[in-house]
Design a protein around this ligand. Sequence first.
Ligand code: DC
Length: 229
Amino acid sequence: MKKITIAIDGFSSCGKSTMAKDLAHEIGYIYVDSGAMYRAVTLYALRNGLFLNGEIAKDDLEQRIPNIKITFKLDPNTSRPITYLNGENVENEIRTMEVSSHVSVVAALGFVREAMVRLQQEMGKDKGIVMDGRDIGTTVFPDAELKIFVTASPEVRAQRRFDELKAKGQESSFESILQNVKERDNIDMNRAVSPLRKADDALLLDNSNLTIAEQKIWLKEQFDRIVNS
Ligand code: DC
């Protein structure tokens, strides 16, 4: 069966990663969460004191980019990828509210995007990959055979993030999460480099009223349609 490239883009906390991971597992493809890469760079910047009063020390970060190594390994128990920053498992730390509230600034930097896009294209050079993010169908893999653009209302997405953090014991108010979701939408859509937008040839999926099981079936149908065409 022919191997294809699958690009899944969309707003934050709209369930992209869950559907991308599940599909990759089902069809035996590599899964890459590109957001985890921007989060890992953000964690590096926070740990190294590169944020001062919310401002990022751009020049300093640019010089250090070659020292930031991001890799993924499959968790043997869950078959899900774990993000490593310079050899350290940072999967939990990159999902905290502190990282979430600083990541958009880092993801808007041109030199960060160039470095991450290069790495992402290298990971996908042999196809057989599902990658989720914001610019996968527009910039990273403009020739991807299957492109999906996922969306859901800000309230639905904030509730999902709230439930996710609660399950991990990281309590946070719904209002602050909703505000973070809206702020990130705004920055992601309005940044100068690779703003979040639907590729012209991407399929639109609004999953506000879909269950995880329903969207999983829909996505597998799209995959089957492309590989059997
Ligand atoms: O999907 P996520 O919430 O983990 O993404 C974290 C941040 O990284 C988000 O603010 C947008 C940014 N991002 C991006 O700019 N480009 C990508 N391909 C993936 C994520």
